[in-house]
Design a protein around this ligand. Sequence first.
Ligand code: IPE
Ligand code: IPE
Ligand code: MG
Length: 318
Amino acid sequence: MPVFTSSTRDIPEARDVPRHVAIIMDGNGRWAKQRLLPRVAGHRRGVEAVRTIVRTAVERGIGYLTLFAFSSENWRRPADEVSILMELFLRSLEVEVGKLHDNGIRLKVTGDTSRFDGRIRGLIESGETITASNPRLTLTIAANYGGRWDIAQAAREYYRRHPEALADGAPLEPDALAPYLALAYAPEPDLFIRTGGEQRISNFLLWQLAYTELWFTDRLWPDFDAACAGGANDGFARRIRTGTAAVRDSERKTRAQKMTEDSWGRARHELLKTVGQNNFTTWIEPLTLAEFQDGIARFLAPTNFMRDWVSRNFAEQI
Ligand code: IPE
Ligand code: IPE
Ligand code: MG
């Protein structure tokens, strides 16, 4: 698994479909209030909106989706609301992990989970383990997450691993810190969405949003659906095409260079689905991409499905 470092160093790729979308899901309380319902009703509908958006992300081929579910500041809410949110989180983990796994989705939970109830921590650990090698979409739930916490914990971890740097008083460079940030397994978000009308970051991914396109909508989170996600996506694609995004055409990489770990992951997933997970997992795991392509060409291309699929996805590589 590569560690993604800061896009301040590398030229970000231009793409119509964002590789990583990060969302502040805001407005559950107001949604409920508008309907004279208790806030919990808004949070429940919010969970349904999460399901919709995960499905949409998979359909659109987004590789990483990160959702802000509970901030380190949300503990300050009334105790009964906090306990309802914890209960919802627990139930969602119980009910959803199996479905995520069936759909090839990898679950990650990021944040200071030490403050959660043991049952929640257990479900997070087993959910992450079960889904660890799913390549289709990485769904990260930010829970008890704070951007400042993230940067501080990365610095602590860096010095724990490099005690000599502390002793020498050597300056800590940004690139050295990046691998210890909570989302080092994901590319930096290329699209950020906040629902609910507020236009602030609220201590979300402070480091990782440095070059992200920001998209704010008045739509309340429980009303956020596939069409809204499409709108955000189209807006993102338009900014990329018209050059208002941070990337210029001349800096775009060639199609071949865009052969990223994402499409490799998807290729592997499709192959495993086609040929049967059990027989091939151990066979495929240690293969390099080139060996994998060679394997497809020699053993699997004769099947219609694989031939079509390979020519659709690897026309320029094989
Ligand atoms: C976001 O909705 C959900 C969480 C923070 C858990 P809110 O609960 O903040 O809803 P509003 O902002 O009060 O409408
Ligand atoms: C941001 O929403 C945090 C989450 C969505 C988890 P809040 O409603 O808590 O943010 P502020 O306090 O209004 O900035
Ligand atoms: Mg709010």
